[in-house]
Design a protein around this ligand. Structure first.
Ligand SMILES: Cc1cc2nc3c(=O)[nH]c(=O)nc-3n(C[C@H](O)[C@H](O)[C@H](O)COP(=O)(O)OP(=O)(O)OC[C@H]3O[C@@H](n4cnc5c(N)ncnc54)[C@H](O)[C@@H]3O)c2cc1C
Length: 428
């Protein structure tokens, strides 16, 4: 293999480039990224980057994923600010938005996902949170005086953003259409416990109600209209439209006044550029257990990849999949699988939530350490509560583990589950 193209210059793309070099690929390596930025880490964007605290401070150098030395060592050609528009039918030539073409004999698809938006015309003051530019724009609005913030969606990104906004002194409401946030991920008992974090943090949580639409007005006070810095944060489209958000209308008729709205309703895999290629796409690029697509010289990793039927939007999956994917790419067929144990974490209201494993509806859940009542702590003082550790079980076996502020015992159970998973994959 002489040239490998990586499309997507973020977490999974960078890890794929690292693996290619680590596994001995010494040919031409081209990394194509739609954003103008070198690879950066997204988890801090909803946490310390917004609040300017902790290890993910507002200093952008803290979120860089690679330093100059490592970047040089990778000896890659970085085409940043360049969007892949299409892939030819043989899966070998990538056409860019500006008409340039890049030909290779191997391809890693790492184009991630984009934040879902609400339908309707753009309004200043309405944000999504997926990219560094999104986070810069939101932060600019949050640092110019108290705002009425409505977060639409109580998933991890919505909850973390709400937590950051309240820490900055804003008046925050979260609207969640489901009866409970995070119920699909955590199951009803534990979702209910974690929902309690919002109230503890001083955020109103409205559940079981949808959003009918957003209200806006010409030259409304929202979106930091009088602040030049914040004005710069508005999307150019919204500025042209000259309308700012004023309220969120709920499906039950209630109207929530709002200066800032954050839409956190999930993400869609970035696969549009693959239309017309021979690759199968269905909520992600379809791959086998080793991240290999229908073409053996094309692999997919990270948020865009549906590996063995599962598409995970977790940091750890994006960093673990490239090892097997690159092995398979260089071997020319699947010799390794990438089915590690799913794991994610979330930091909200001064607590760390960690989850690992595969939970199914009907699994029982048992608190094995601490108590949900121990979710005390004092987020404003940075003091964590006692927390708890819970295990999910089916037919006498542990299927998953959840911890709130119990990192050490969590890691022990996670390691055990990972070992069982590895043995299962090895057919032991
Ligand atoms: C705000 C936020 C907080 C998060 N917090 C956590 C957390 O606490 N814990 C956790 O486990 N996970 C968290 N995640 C999820 C984690 O960051 C993602 O799983 C991870 O970023 C996925 O990496 P990726 O490289 O697959 O995709 P992405 O990070 O989405 O990167 C894909 C890249 O490809 C580029 N691209 C897209 N289309 C094209 C194209 N056609 N041509 C060229 N380039 C293209 C995109 O611009 C982007 O730069 C968070 C995500 C966000 C957004």
């Amino acid at each position: 293999m002489r040239t490998v193209i990586v499309v997507g210059a973020s977490l999974a793309g960078l890890y794929a480039a690292r693996e290619l070099r680590a596994q001995g690929f010494d040919g031409r390596l081209v990394v194509i990224g739609a954003e103008p930025h070198a690879p950066y880490d997204r988890p801090p964007l909803s946490k310390g980057f917004l609040t300017g605290s902790g290890s993910g401070t507002a200093d952008e150098s803290h979120i860089a994923l690679a330093d100059a030395e490592e970047t040089a060592e990778l000896a890659a050609e970085w085409l940043l600010g360049a969007r892949a528009r299409s892939l030819d039918v043989r899966g070998r030539t990538v056409v860019l938005d500006d008409g340039r073409t890049v030909a290779g004999d191997g391809l890693v698809i790492a184009t991630g996902a984009s934040a879902r938006r609400l339908p309707g015309p753009p309004l200043a003051g309405v944000h999504t949170l997926r990219t560094l530019d999104d986070a810069r724009a939101l932060r600019a609005e949050l640092t110019c005086g108290p705002r009425r913030v409505v977060v639409i969606g109580g998933g991890f990104i919505g909850a973390e953003t709400a937590s950051s906004c309240v820490a900055l002194g804003h008046d925050v409401t979260v609207v969640e259409a489901a009866p409970l946030p995070l119920v699909a991920q955590l199951g009803p008992e534990m979702a209910s416990v974690c929902a309690g974090l919002h109230a503890r943090g001083g955020v109103r949580l409205l559940t079981g109600v949808g959003v009918a639409g957003l209200r806006g007005a010409e030259g409304a006070e929202g979106a930091g209209a009088s602040d030049p810095g914040a004005a710069g944060a508005r999307t150019s489209e919204a500025v042209r439209a000259g309308r700012s958000v004023t309220a969120v209308e709920l499906t039950d008729g209630r109207l929530l006044p709002a200066d800032v709205v954050v839409v956190g309703i999930g993400a869609t895999p970035n696969t549009a550029w693959l239309a017309g290629s021979p690759l199968a796409v269905d909520d992600g690029v379809l791959c086998d257990d080793g991240c290999v697509t229908a073409l053996p010289q094309v692999v997919a990793v990270g948020d865009v990849a549906r590996v063995g039927g599962v598409r995970a939007e977790h940091w750890t999956s994006a960093t673990e999949q490239p090892r097997a994917a690159v092995r398979n790419l260089l071997a020319g067929h699947t010799v390794d699988t990438a089915h590690a144990l799913p794991y994610f974490w979330s930091d909200q209201y001064g607590s760390r939530i960690q989850f690992a494993g595969r939970r199914s509806d009907g699994d029982s859940v048992r608190i094995v350490e601490g108590s949900p009542d121990g979710l005390g702590g004092d987020p404003s003082a940075g003091v964590r509560g006692e927390g708890f550790l819970a295990v999910y079980e089916r037919a006498g076996r542990t299927t998953a583990v959840l911890a709130v502020d119990r990192a050490r015992p969590f890691m022990k159970v996670r390691r055990g589950l990972a070992a069982e998973r590895a043995a299962e994959l090895a057919g032991v």
